[in-house]
Design a protein around this ligand. Structure first.
Ligand SMILES: NC(=O)c1ccc[n+]([C@@H]2O[C@H](COP(=O)([O-])OP(=O)(O)OC[C@H]3O[C@@H](n4cnc5c(N)ncnc54)[C@H](OP(=O)(O)O)[C@@H]3O)[C@@H](O)[C@H]2O)c1
Length: 237
């Protein structure tokens, strides 16, 4: 199986990449920073039974460059077939609603919504070649309808909600093509993102624990779910 994971340099995405590789799934791991290269050198063959990891240093908001580089790598390494896409890259800002400026708002919309949408669009022809294609969009409890919202996370929550609703729309649009789309609205997970935004908060889950759930869901969740927004949180929304 072949997977593409965004936001692979740290946090949940980095753990997802490692777990996919451990279970024999080949992964293109996308993020701007290239820490992954140290663990997965470009020319190293994967160990017996493990998947190959191909780190790609790309900003997902530079859609033209993303398309130029990524599609070549897919053709060369995945024989043009993609089975799993995890739209995990995201950014969080925590500040009063009236203090946001246009540039920050656009960046949140770009990274959390527009870029994963456009990445998914460019991958449709390759997903159509899989018998079990599954796109998993990583949202947040803040973007889950009816959940308790956090003051300061207005734009983050709204962009995550947009990604969630896009998931529902795409499941309907591509149901004849047998591409499943689901969205996981995550609760708090111990990562740098959470620590930077809420330094004193202790999350109940480690990145590796959440990644293990996502990796299992990406491989099997599409048998039970399509077009669903699922809250993955032990607290009451
Ligand atoms: N941690 C939580 O409590 C929590 C809760 C709910 C939802 N989530 C969601 O879960 C996902 C992962 O979160 P996390 O906590 O693991 O965050 P993280 O530690 O901050 O990791 C975010 C990843 O996104 C990548 N990224 C950001 N902007 C990018 C861009 N323009 N192009 C390519 N990659 C980009 C970063 O890599 P580079 O900087 O190297 O590009 C990094 O690898 C996010 O979508 C987040 O919103 C997290």
């Amino acid at each position: 199986m072949n997977a593409i994971v965004t936001g692979a340099s740290r946090g949940i995405g980095k753990e997802i990449v490692k777990l996919f590789a451990d279970s024999g799934i080949n992964v293109i791991a996308i993020s701007r920073h290239m820490y992954m290269v140290r663990e997965f050198p470009e020319d190293a063959a994967p160990e017996e039974g493990k998947g190959k990891v191909i780190p790609l240093s790309l900003d997902i908001t530079n859609v033209t460059i993303l398309r130029d580089k990524l599609l070549d790598v897919i053709k060369d390494n995945f024989k043009s077939k993609v089975d799993i896409v995890i739209n995990n890259a995201g950014i969080l800002r925590n500040k009063p609603f009236e203090d946001y400026i246009g540039k920050e708002i656009n960046q949140l919309i770009d990274v959390n919504f527009s870029a994963p949408a456009q990445l998914t669009a460019m991958l449709i022809p390759y997903l159509k070649k899989s018998k079990n294609a599954h796109v998993v969009n990583i949202s947040s409890m803040g973007g889950y309808q009816g959940s308790v919202k956090f003051p300061g996370l207005s734009y983050y929550s709204a962009t995550k909600a947009a990604l969630a609703v896009l998931t529902e729309a795409l499941a309907e649009e591509y149901k004849e093509d047998k591409i499943a789309f689901n969205c996981l609205a995550l609760g708090a997970v111990e990562t740098e993102m959470l620590k930077e935004a809420f330094p004193d908060y202790e999350a109940p889950l480690k990145a590796k624990e959440m990644a293990a759930y996502i990796v299992e869901f990406a491989q099997n969740g599409q048998k039970l779910y399509n077009g669903k927004i699922l809250p993955i949180s032990s607290s009451t929304p």
